[in-house]
Design a protein around this ligand. Structure first.
Ligand code: GRF
Length: 194
């Protein structure tokens, strides 16, 4: 069985990226071929290099607001690596419908809420403000609708009395690190069969 090629897009610390990379052992249906950051000093870049993964940076700021040019440069990096699957892992740029269409059905994202609740930012504080009993994380396919693509899997966690956005975020992040590798494995297996 040939392993599916995975590219991971990051903007920050890359803890989900690290969980994904470490899950792709020799007998895994997928292997990581590239990590790309849109932020030059993203902590995840050094972590990926420490794992022996090829990295690239396409710094959105150097395109001075020209999103089409930024996405063309990002797409060129991706195309050169020929990924079968692209995992967004804390990638904080909104991608255009045109860009997403080029990779539709191949792009996954992890989001720190139980979608369709709390799309966008500040999900932990918003869940607390709404006095939710549960919170969690979701892996979904990426479509042009922000955080709106088909849900592949979710992990639900209880909100405890005294939780803050930070304590909740830490528990959700731990759940993310378990969920995303599991979904990637299933997705790569399914993709391999077609
Ligand atoms: C995660 O909570 C992810 O769901 C969200 O941003 C955070 C990124 O963390 N989109 P990391 O970079 O994977 O550590």
């Amino acid at each position: 069985m040939s392993q599916k090629r995975v590219a991971i897009l990051i903007s920050g610390g890359g803890s989900n990226m690290t969980a994904l990379i470490r899950s792709m052992t020799a007998d895994h249906p997928a292997r990581v071929v590239l990590v790309v950051s849109n932020v030059a000093d993203a902590g995840g870049l050094a972590k990926a290099q420490a794992e022996g993964v090829t990295t690239a940076c396409v710094d959105h700021r150097s395109f001075k607001g020209d999103r089409a040019a930024f996405e063309a440069a990002l797409n060129a990096k991706l195309k050169a690596a020929s990924p079968d699957i692209i995992c967004l892992a804390g990638f904080m740029r909104i991608l255009s419908a045109e860009f997403i269409a080029m990779w539709q059905g191949k792009m996954l994202n992890i989001h720190p809420s139980l979608l369709p609740k709390y799309r966008g930012l500040d999900t932990h504080q918003r869940a607390l403000d709404a006095c939710e009993k549960d919170h969690g994380c979701t892996v979904h396919e990426v479509t042009a609708e922000l955080d709106g693509g088909p849900v592949l899997a979710q992990t639900r966690i209880k909100i405890e009395p005294g939780d803050t956005a930070d304590s909740l975020s830490a528990r959700v992040l731990k759940a993310e690190h378990a969920l995303y590798p599991k979904v990637l494995r299933d997705f790569a297996t399914k993709t391999s069969a077609t």
